[in-house]
Design a binder for this molecule. Structure first.
Ligand SMILES: [Mg+2]
Length: 226
C-alpha cells in the first residue's frame, strides 16, 4: 500500500536540537538570575541540567512530560531561594516559547511544502517543542506529542495515536526520524514504512529502514515510486 500519511519526528530530523535547547536554556538562566538572587553562585546551566537528570531518574513516570520535569526543577529552585513559586510557572512558559524558536535544516520547508500537496503530514515528538508554534506550524495537518498521549516513543501508543488522528492505517504510513530505536524500529513493528535521517552521522550497521538518507531530499522521488 503506498503511504498517504507521513509522520515526522522533530528534533534532529527537521531542525538541530542541541543549539535550540542551548539557546532557550541560556535565555531562561539569565531571566532566572535576575529573579533569584544568588542563583549564579549556586548553579550554572550544567548543574541545573544535572538536577533535572536526577529528578527524571527519581520520577520515571514523567518521561513523556519533559515540560513537567522542567517545571518541577524550577519549583525546587524557587523553594531553595525562598522565592515566589509563580517564577517557576513563568520561567517554564518562557522556556517553552524559546524552545519553539527553531531553525529548520535548509531543505525542510521546500520539501514539506511539496509533500503536503499530496500527503497528510503529522509530527510525532517526545520533546516539549510544539510544532504549531514553530516556523513549520502551517505545514502540518496534525501534531502528536507524548505529553498528550501519555506515553513516549518507542511506545506504540504514540504511533497509533497518529494513525487514529489522521484516519490512516499503519500500512499506509511512513515514519521519518533520526533515531533507530525510538522512531524506526517501533514503526516497523507496526507495519509502517520507515525512513532514517542521518544528517552528518555515519550509517548504523543494523539499520532496517526502508530508506536511509542524509536529509529529506530523496523522499519526494522515493514516494513517487512507492
Ligand atoms: Mg529526533
Amino acid at each position: 500500500m503506498p503511504p498517504r500519511l507521513l509522520l515526522f519526528d522533530l528534533d534532529d530530523t527537521l531542525w538541530p536540537c542541541k543549539p535550540t535547547i542551548a539557546r532557550a536554556e541560556r535565555i531562561l538562566y539569565d531571566w532566572l538570575c535576575e529573579r533569584l538572587p544568588g542563583l549564579r553562585e549556586r548553579h550554572d546551566i550544567d548543574s541545573l541540567r544535572e538536577q533535572r537528570k536526577r529528578l527524571m531518574q527519581a520520577h520515571p513516570e514523567w518521561v513523556h512530560d519533559l515540560t513537567r520535569v522542567r517545571r518541577e526543577s524550577l519549583l525546587a529552585l524557587c523553594r531553595e531561594h525562598r522565592a515566589d513559586p509563580r517564577i517557576a510557572e513563568h520561567g517554564s512558559a518562557l522556556f517553552c516559547r524559546e524552545r519553539n524558536q527553531v531553525t529548520p535544516y535548509p531543505e525542510v520547508i521546500p520539501v514539506l511544502r511539496a509533500l503536503r500537496k499530496e500527503f497528510t503530514l503529522a509530527s510525532l515528538t517526545n520533546g516539549n517543542a510544539d510544532v504549531r508554534q514553530t516556523p513549520l506550524g502551517e505545514l502540518f495537518d496534525h501534531a502528536i506529542r507524548s505529553i498528550e498521549v501519555g506515553h513516549a516513543k518507542p511506545h506504540p501508543a504514540m504511533f497509533l495515536a497518529a494513525c487514529e488522528r489522521a484516519g490512516a492505517a499503519p500500512e499506509e504510513t511512513l515514519m521519518i526520524g533520526d533515531d533507530p530505536e525510538r522512531d524506526i524500529e517501533p514503526a516497523r513493528a507496526l507495519g509502517m514504512k520507515t525512513m532514517l535521517i542521518l544528517r552528518d552521522r555515519p550509517l548504523p550497521d543494523d539499520s532496517r529502514a526502508d530508506l536511509v538518507a542524509p536529509d529529506l531530499r530523496p523522499l519526494t522521488t522515493w514516494l513517487a515510486r512507492a
